[in-house]
Write a protein that binds this ligand. Structure first.
Ligand code: GLP
Length: 267
């Protein structure tokens, strides 16, 4: 895992956006895995800016979203399809036919989830999966206890997640209790992952995910098994990391390599 800590959510989001943009530039026919929630909003804002001001081209990009609430139509303001259209797809030149958000109203979920997995495979797999993290350490809607080998399926939201998301629905009672979500196993098959987290309320989840044991009780910890994960944090979300100084050293070393400077001393 490469842990990158920036001073602010804005700076970390810009850094993450540069990481996404470099993939889109290098491999225009790429497959992005996308996430919802408050965390990736600044990243999406930066990608929109790069599209508008720097000509970042998404015309040949395909996308797959992590999850969707069961029962919400795409027109519902809290559905993840609505979120994606409003916060990204409508503002860049991605072909909407190449964007995929799980259907929360599928009649046969078993069949539908298998189909979603197959579509990912048919498109060559996900090149880069963007992820947020729940305060209970979940990725997508893989709540504590989710199998680390799980595939796209229905999942019941944990009480903590219902509480966290109540702010969007105007009360806990109105939050859907079920979601269709990519599994941890599905996510681990992405070629690269970018995990973003901001604010002190994510600090405990991040410490467990990055430095704790790999456990189904903190599904983000499964990313320790992945071959290429970048973790983009602000100071708040990095506050409980025990090895923070080391991550800063690693960043310095990367910068030196990038600028061709190979000596640790000043001269
Ligand atoms: C939901 C989503 C996750 C997201 C999490 C955190 O549970 N299913 O994909 O990472 O919320 O949301 P936020 O970024 O708003 O804190």
């Amino acid at each position: 895992m490469r842990v990158i800590v920036e001073k602010t959510p804005e700076a970390a989001s810009q850094r993450a956006a540069r990481y996404v943009a470099s993939l889109v530039r290098e491999k225009p026919i790429c497959v992005l895995g996308l996430a919802t929630g408050g965390t990736p909003l600044k990243l999406y804002g930066e990608l929109i800016r790069m599209h508008q001001e720097e000509g970042l081209d998404f015309s040949r990009t395909t996308s797959f979203n992590l999850d969707e609430y069961v029962g919400l139509p795409p027109t519902h303001e809290q559905s993840y399809r609505y979120f994606m259209q409003h916060n990204l797809f409508d503002k860049i030149n991605i072909d909407v036919r190449n964007t995929h958000v799980p259907d929360g109203r599928a009649l046969d979920f078993d069949k539908y989830c298998e189909h979603y997995e197959q579509m990912i495979v048919d498109n060559g797999g996900i090149d880069l999966q963007i992820l947020g993290i729940g305060t209970d350490g979940h990725i997508a809607f893989n709540e504590p206890g989710s199998s680390l080998g799980s595939r796209t399926r229905l999942k019941t939201l944990a009480p903590e997640t219902v509480k966290d998301n109540a702010r969007f629905f105007g009360g806990e009672k109105l939050v859907p209790r079920l979601a269709v979500t990519m599994g941890v196993g599905t996510i681990l098959e992405s070629k690269k992952c970018a995990l973003l987290a901001f604010g002190e309320n994510k600090a405990e989840a991040i410490a467990l995910a990055v430095e704790g044991p790999v456990t189904a009780q903190v599904t983000a910890s499964a990313l320790q098994m992945h071959r290429e994960v970048h973790v983009f944090l602000d100071e708040g979300s990095a506050a409980h990391l025990a090895r923070r100084e080391y991550y800063d050293e690693v960043e310095k070393a990367h910068q030196m390599l990038e600028t061709g400077k190979l000596s640790w001393t000043d001269d």
